[in-house]
Write a protein that binds this ligand. Structure first.
Ligand code: ATP
Ligand code: MG
Length: 313
């Protein structure tokens, strides 16, 4: 139905309509509020054509206007909360990891990013009353750090069937940025058939960092990353899914504007991730999570542990 409406836009032929749909634009509204440059990038069409399409979508779509706070509150009821496995960590995030948004975990090596990824993949498939999302989960693994054996270990520690758990976790191994972007497209496709409510990208930035080296490559890197993040947001929107991305911190201020405690990815990622959490190592298996950016929660810290059983209090 919405596809039909996209096809009816002046200047949009069947081929362009398909490109738009494939890029995640599912209705007129999504196009109407897009910037022509991003639309041109994502759907691979000329910028002036994109400008005309956006204008036409604006004319055709009911842009609506303002909603009351009560109406918005009603909509917020659809937001799912995914537990991290530790109560204090969940409290820090205002109840857990939200669906519909991107949550970023950044920190140095060994700070627990990949362990959290494994834990939430298991948690997501649990029923809502157990802190899960009652659905399937997906990970784009860029560093070859996903371990099915670790999933089994965490599942068993929570009295879940390891094989059933692994059956509900979809893993895509990305070999480079281009492949990573393609897997995001695949994810959108798979999300049409399967109830997937968690998409993890671990790590979001490692291939970008390796492939786009130096100042000269910065603009292109940010543009590509922006495109990728848009796809992920589309996935969140369509599937009411939580998007969780991990990110390293950079020690080289020349290369990726930032200091040792700044995540790489620059402003693009900073503005697109709704929740940003800085992880650091403490004594032994203790880790400290610091909420550095959230629309509704104060900055604060929580302590959790990385144990054989997974993430714990
Ligand atoms: P990187 O930036 O290198 O990807 P990371 O933040 O992803 O690092 P993790 O792999 O999540 O780091 O954390 C690794 C740490 O998790 C190990 O140093 C170890 O302390 C702990 N860990 C990993 N597996 C287990 C396990 N089976 N039992 C207990 N602790 C574990
Ligand atoms: Mg890791």
């Amino acid at each position: 139905m919405s596809e039909e409406k996209i096809k009816e836009l002046p200047g949009v032929g069947p081929a362009t309509a398909e490109k738009l749909m494939d890029s995640g634009y599912k209705d007129l509204m999504a196009i109407a509020v897009e910037s022509p440059r991003v639309l041109s990038d994502l759907a691979d069409i000329g910028e002036s054509t994109a400008g005309k399409i956006v204008q036409a979508a604006k004319d055709a779509a009911d842009i609506g206007g303002f909603e009351t706070g009560s109406e918005l509150l009603e909509k917020r009821k659809d937001v799912g909360m995914l537990s991290t496995g530790a109560d204090s960590f969940d409290d820090l995030l205002g109840g857990g990891i939200e669906t519909g948004s991107i949550t970023e975990f950044f920190g140095e090596f060994g700070s627990g990013k990949t362990q959290i990824a494994h834990q939430i993949l298991v948690n997501a498939i649990r029923p809502e009353e157990d802190g899960g999302l009652g659905a399937e989960a997906m990970i784009i693994d860029t560093e070859n750090s996903f371990r099915p054996g670790r999933i089994s270990e965490i599942a068993e520690a929570r009295d879940l069937d390891p094989e059933e758990t692994l059956d509900d976790i979809h893993v895509g191994r990305a070999f480079n940025t281009h492949h990573q972007m393609l897997l995001a497209d695949e994810a959108l496709d798979l999300g049409k058939d399967k109830p997937i409510r968690l998409l993890v990208v671990d790590s979001l930035t490692s291939h970008f960092r390796a492939e786009y080296v130096g100042r000269g490559a910065l603009a292109e890197r940010q543009q590509t990353l922006n495109k990728h993040l848009h796809k992920l947001l589309n996935f969140a929107d369509r599937n009411n899914a939580a998007i969780v991305v991990t990110n390293q911190v950079t020690a080289n201020p020349d290369q990726f504007f930032g200091d040792a405690t700044k995540p790489i990815g620059g402003h693009i990622l900073g503005h697109t991730a709704t929740f940003r959490v800085y992880l650091r190592k403490s004594k032994g298996d203790k880790r400290i999570a610091r909420l550095v950016d959230s629309p509704n929660m104060p900055e604060g810290e929580a302590v959790f542990r990385v144990e054989e059983s997974g993430i714990t209090e």
